[in-house]
Design a protein around this ligand. Structure first.
Ligand code: SF4
Ligand code: SF4
Length: 446
């Protein structure tokens, strides 16, 4: 029996723009890709190539020393620059710029593996690490680190195929077109952490995907349809729906013996283990009312957004806002030349009708709606009040660090207060304070 999670909202889906459109490799490859050395949680990678080097698809171009995931060339060609370039985050990040020779020459390391069934869990984790796989739902946490931490500690593997954000259909298409890869990846992930079963959670608004995955599933793979409600795809809410377990504030899925991996991550694991392919491309939904031809594409990582927009017929109207991701959790981008990254599942170009210019923020009317919808059972109105006064201790006590930035409170607020934005600011400020404190304590010990 499925369980329930608290709160949540029902924003309009807008998935009809692209859900029926099969993804295809982009018709015209970009002349240049810009591959940032930081597309993951952890320290940026150090470039392992220099200007003038020839590179092949899948060749290592960035290596990590600590927490992180290696980075590989997504096209073959010549390294034109190794320098900071602007990314979606709004700040320059060290990047490797490759001029495409349009030959798609694969690195010699990309080879089909014959002995997949004989691999141990530890060997699978090592392959996942070497392939540079990170959480592809947008979190960017290095998958090998997540797996290593889960060995012997979890009893449940969940593949997150909820795709609850409006407009995005990249995982939906992936399920229909590469269902075998998702299921194969789920089995490999289960083996990596010592389990024999996995459950794939899909929202019920994708009945064709549920049916297709069920027809492929086989022993040990369970496919569960989930009531459509945002943010169904948030890790903690998905765990609660499928297992009834609640991840306590400040804790992780592993604390309730669960491991959650995104569907695209599972497919990337399958490709890495069976074909020896590192993570160099991904499904991206190009959508929104301002785009001429909404579509799904398979794009090399590092493709400039401007190139993808051109392939989708350009803009049919001036976009009011362009986002990486969906309208609830997406990040606004202000330069269409920024590159796509490992976590970029959608480029959303909203028209003026879809994202009307809002009235200047009004005053909180204490309606309590934000509390009713918060899936983390937080009190957004009180958190905001304390954030505005920069009272960090009080903000912390209200568990702001548990905010998953789902945007449900923003969506429901009749006063249109920019709640999530202020929580992001608060979290960054608190984490900076905590880091300062830690550094001070370490310096005192030394
Ligand atoms: S929903 Fe908006 S107006 Fe209502 S209590 Fe929350 S912050 Fe205030
Ligand atoms: S406070 Fe955070 S978790 Fe709660 S609804 Fe708002 S954005 Fe979502």
């Amino acid at each position: 029996m499925l369980h329930q999670f608290f709160g949540g909202v029902h924003p309009a889906g807008h998935k009809e723009l692209t859900e029926g459109k099969a993804a295809a490799p982009i018709k015209e490859a970009p002349a240049q890709v810009v591959i940032p050395m930081s597309m993951h949680v952890g320290a940026p990678c150090k470039p392992t190539v220099a200007v003038g080097d020839q590179v092949k698809v899948g060749q290592l171009i960035g290596e990590t020393a600590g927490l992180g995931a290696p980075i590989h060339a997504s096209v073959s060609g010549t390294v034109k620059a190794v320098e900071p370039r602007l990314t979606a985050g709004g700040s320059p990040v060290m990047s490797v710029v490759i001029e495409n020779d349009f030959k798609d020459t694969p690195a010699p390391s990309i080879k089909r593996r014959d002995n997949v069934g004989a691999l141990t869990g530890a060997q699978i984790i090592e392959i996942v690490r070497d392939a540079g796989i990170v959480g592809m739902g947008g979190a960017g946490f290095p998958t090998h680190v997540k797996l290593s931490g889960a060995v012997g500690k979890v009893d449940t593997l969940i593949i997150n195929a909820a795709e609850c954000e409006p407009y995005i259909t990249a995982d939906h298409r992936l399920m229909l077109e590469r269902g075998e890869a998702i299921i194969g990846g789920a089995k490999l992930l289960a083996k990596a952490v010592g389990l024999k079963e996995a459950t794939i959670g899909v929202e019920l608004n994708k009945p064709d995907a549920i049916e297709h995955l069920k027809s492929l599933a086989g022993e040990g793979i369970h496919v569960e349809g989930l009531k459509t409600r945002y943010p169904q795809g948030a890790e903690k809410q998905l765990i609660q729906m499928l297992t009834g377990r609640q991840v306590p504030p400040g804790k992780l899925p592993a604390d309730v013996q669960c491991l959650v991996c995104n569907a695209a991550t599972a497919a990337a694991v399958y490709d890495a283990v069976t074909e020896g392919k590192p993570l160099t491309q991904r499904y991206v939904t190009l959508t929104g009312g301002a785009i001429s031809e909404p579509m799904n594409v398979i794009a090399p990582i590092g493709t400039p957004v401007s190139h993808l927009i051109k392939l989708a017929g350009g803009f049919k109207s001036e976009p009011e806002r362009i986002l990486f991701g969906g309208p609830m959790m997406g990040i606004a981008i202000y330069d269409v030349d920024v590159p796509t990254m490992k976590g970029t599942n959608c480029v959303l170009s909203l028209s003026a009708e879809e994202a009307p210019v809002q009235d200047p923020a009004q005053t909180c009317i204490r309606c309590g709606k934000c509390v009713e919808v918060c899936p983390m059972k937080l009190t957004p109105l009180f958190i905001r009040m304390n954030v505005n006064k920069r009272r960090w201790d009080e903000t912390m006590a209200l568990n702001v660090l548990d905010c998953i930035e789902c945007g449900s409170c923003n969506y429901i607020c009749p006063a249109r207060l920019p709640l999530v934005q202020s929580f992001r600011t608060a979290k960054a400020a608190i984490r900076a304070e905590q880091a300062k404190e830690k550094a001070k304590k370490e310096a005192a010990k030394a």
